[in-house]
Ligand binder design. Structure first.
Ligand code: SF4
Ligand code: SF4
Length: 91
């Protein structure tokens, strides 16, 4: 059903993370690393994805502000960005 599909698409990730990373689409170009103002993105040199590249990973979940600059510059739509929950803004 279309309604249940939309519900699953817009459901926040659990466990909570500001970024959902489709690592198998990453080409390792590091445009997102250069764009991130918080320096919380890096290539995971311990992994190789389906395309043969070291994929991007989030190095500090608490340092990410959900600004989405990484998603704007990524040519391969690797990132889905979630805004922090309201209770996290109050902490
Ligand atoms: S959303 Fe912003 S702070 Fe978080 S990883 Fe992307 S560019 Fe960095
Ligand atoms: S900009 Fe996209 S393709 Fe390039 S390293 Fe970052 S996530 Fe990977």
């Amino acid at each position: 059903m279309a309604t249940s599909h939309l519900t699953s698409v817009f459901r926040p990730p659990l466990p909570w993370t500001p970024l959902v990373i489709a690592a198998d689409r990453c080409k390792g170009c590091e445009l997102c690393v250069a764009a991130c103002p918080k320096a919380v993105l890096a290539l995971d040199r311990g992994r190789v994805n389906a395309l043969g590249y070291h994929p991007i990973c989030l190095t500090d979940r608490s340092g990410c502000t959900s600004c989405a600059l990484c998603a704007r510059v990524c040519p391969d739509a690797v990132f889905t960005v979630w805004a922090a929950r309201r209770e996290e803004h109050r902490q």
